[in-house]
Design a protein around this ligand. Structure first.
Ligand code: 6R9
Length: 661
């Protein structure tokens, strides 16, 4: 047995390419290699294939309107409703008894919603939102953990044409306030609390604190998740109990509002280069068609499947691949409230076994944690129901890929390594599981119809194997349309770098995702990571500027620089270099106040791994902080790169010494 194992490990280690099994291919949604050419030759009409996955109130004639780049419009003369597409049509098509959402709480409590159940509750809550005053185009903020009421609230908003803005429950009160203010949002749906490693967290306290920072009144709906374990907050005059509202609307129906394809479906705030989060705008037609298409083509989802994306709905991955894509296709989507290691480190595999999960989609940071815990945890469980595995959020190294392939997929499941972003709405670069050869460590070729390339600083394609910058030359239906109320920043952030911004010719416009990449002879793209000041901590996007401004807000801090250091589970971890004002001591108390400052401003996900006090930051003669050097120090590198251009080279050794403490 041991010998077999070692032999297998050795073989896997050497193997550089993997092909899907015949059995997988025989049943896959997309199997024709010709699809790449077909899309290219028929572009942009090829996208009708995505549009056709939806039911339209008014069928579109025009696929793409590119007359005003980069403000592209897709299916613009069509109308539809996203909730109708995710719920009603499955009820009407005779699938009302199929399970839409299977939910499991951390304590093992479960809830099941058939499409009929979902239809009922989405209607009732949509009616309740209307009664509270929500009108078409009002932004409703959803600050909720992983409870079924979150997708229900999203769909209820979609039903009445009110865009939602979901704020990840792990974000702080301050982060909630900033996002509500930015979106002028006068409605909030939140929750009393939720479970994390057995503790009943008090979420409403955070929500209330966030609301206090707003100048305008907010109508709030509160879901009671904790019951008697709750924290005893009374509801104020503007706060309503979710269950009561829904009960009052029992049996009521709301006609799905006919939305233009280009009407906003939702806003999602994400981190960028500046301290201000960006409100990414997604639309009803293009986004939903793209989410449905990629769920079909890449995740190979079929209505009879039990499909599980173990992300949080508070991020784009959850929007596209827990809620909109899977429900548009009428499958069963699994939601889990808790963490993977509670009560034990086999929790996720327990759920795979219990629900006979067919498709499992997670982040490399989780896989690295599973590897660290060891294969004995998945081995305890029967994982034979799995057919396909996926990853998203950050690069996955070949070792983690192979571990996932062997210990979770039992060498039978293809793995799709999917590169995409909040801004792209859905997957962009990955193999098609029923078509392509997989190369661990490389996401794969761009999807059919996606014109992504790797270029140098001048925009010229780089040679195979050379590092460059990822760009996308043609628009696609799932792309963001703009940043909320900020067209100028939209152009600056994503287009200016490689476009002729004065041109009306769409060929002069190139989308820049701000990732480094390289490409091989077969056109497979390996993503190297962000090239802007954005960190990727456990698959979460965090702006260094946001963290720095939180630290500088702490009393006694004069200046701060934040960089990412390598971390074996998180991928990147936050390293904060801090200069104190005179009269403050660099002691444990100060460190704790800095950590608390970051948690208050953003949330525990942004917590610094290390706070390094220093009398000065290494700066170039022009006064720029030399971040590269700080990164090298964070990574414990002894041989540092060129420091001759520093104004203050002496400080380097001192910082190095402090970082080692
Ligand atoms: C979906 C999502 C986007 C950034 C992106 C890139 C990184 C995502 C990746 C990946 C390598 C993959 N990223 N998927 N890097 N391989 N398969 O994660 O959206 O939170 O906006 O992050 O994540 O750097 O630019 P978002």
């Amino acid at each position: 047995m041991v010998d077999d194992d070692t032999e297998l490990e050795a073989r896997l280690e050497e193997q550089e390419t993997f092909d899907p099994s015949e059995e997988f291919v025989a049943q896959a949604n997309v199997t024709d290699e010709g699809i790449y050419e077909e899309f290219e030759e028929n572009w942009p009409e090829c996208w009708d294939r995505a549009g056709k996955l939806l039911d339209w109130d008014t069928r579109y004639d025009e696929i793409l309107d590119d007359s005003n780049p980069p403000f592209y419009e897709w299916f613009a003369d069509g109308t539809l409703n996203a909730a109708y597409n995710c719920v009603d049509r499955h009820v009407e098509n005779g699938d009302k008894n199929r399970v839409a959402i299977k939910w499991e709480g951390e304590l093992g409590d479960t809830r099941t919603y058939t499409y009929q159940d979902l239809y009922r509750e989405v209607n009732e809550f949509a009616a309740a939102l209307r009664d509270l005053g929500v009108e078409e185009d009002d932004v409703v903020t959803l600050y909720m953990p992983m409870v079924p009421e979150l997708p229900i609230a999203m769909l209820a908003c979609a039903r009445i044409g009110a865009p939602h803005s979901v704020v990840f429950a792990g974000f702080s009160a301050e982060a909630l306030g900033t996002r509500m203010r930015s979106a002028d949002s006068e409605y909030l749906v939140t929750c009393d609390g939720y479970y994390r490693r057995g503790d009943a967290l008090d979420h409403l306290a955070k929500a209330n604190e966030g609301l206090e920072s707003l100048d305008h009144d907010v109508e709030t709906v509160v879901v009671d998740r904790l019951g008697d374990a709750g924290h005893g907050h009374g509801l104020t005059e503007n706060q309503h109990d979710y269950a009561e509202l829904v009960a009052e609307q029992s049996g009521n129906r709301v006609d799905p509002v006919e939305r233009g394809a280009e009407d906003m479906l939702f806003l999602m705030y994400t981190s960028g280069t500046t301290g201000q989060p960006k409100g990414v705008k997604h639309t009803t037609g293009g986004y939903l068609a793209y989410a449905a298409w990629t769920t079909h083509a890449v995740l190979d989802v079929k209505p009879r499947d039990t499909y599980w994306c173990a992300a949080d709905i508070g991020w784009i991955t959850g929007h596209s691949y827990i809620v909109y894509g899977p429900l548009a296709l009428g499958t069963t989507t699994l939601m889990y409230e808790g963490t993977p290691d509670y009560p034990e480190r086999d929790r996720l595999w327990e759920l795979v076994e219990k629900y006979s999960v067919d498709i499992f989609y997670t982040a490399p940071t989780a896989i690295r944690a599973f590897m660290k815990w060891g294969s004995k945890f998945p081995e305890r469980r029967d994982l034979s129901s799995l057919r396909l595995l996926g990853t998203v959020g950050e690069p996955i190294n070949p070792r983690a890929w192979k571990w996932y392939y062997r210990h979770i997929g039992e060498e039978e499941c293809p793995i799709v390594d999917t590169w995409w972003q909040t801004e792209t709405g859905g997957m962009m670069i990955t193999t098609l599981p029923g078509v392509g050869t997989m190369k661990p460590g490389s996401a794969g070729p761009p999807l059919p119809g996606i014109d992504a390339t790797v270029v140098d600083t001048k925009g010229e394609p780089v040679e195979a194997g050379r590092a460059g910058y990822l760009t996308v030359d043609e628009p696609w239906p799932g792309m963001l349309r703009t940043l909320y109320n900020n067209d100028e920043r939209f152009i600056d952030e994503y287009w200016r770098e490689y476009s002729d911004v004065d041109s009306d010719d769409p060929d002069d416009w190139v989308y820049f995702p701000e990732d480094g990449a390289k490409i091989d002879e077969d056109g497979y793209i390996t993503i190297l990571g962000r090239v802007d000041d954005v960190l990727n901590v456990s698959g979460h996007r965090l702006g260094t500027m946001e963290i720095e401004s939180a630290i500088v807000g702490v009393e006694g801090v004069a200046e701060a620089a934040v960089v990412g250091g390598e971390h074996d589970v998180k991928g990147e971890a936050v390293y904060a270099y801090v200069i104190l004002e005179d009269g403050y001591d660099d002691d444990e108390e100060m460190r704790e106040r800095i950590v608390a400052g970051v948690e208050d401003a953003i949330g525990p996900i942004a917590r610094p791994e290390q706070v390094i006090f220093t009398p000065e930051l290494p700066k170039t003669r022009s006064g720029k902080i030399m971040r590269r050097l700080l990164e090298e120090i964070a990574n414990g590198e002894e041989e540092l790169g060129d420091t001759t251009t520093l104004r203050n080279p002496d400080v380097v050794e001192e910082i190095q010494r402090k970082a080692q403490r």
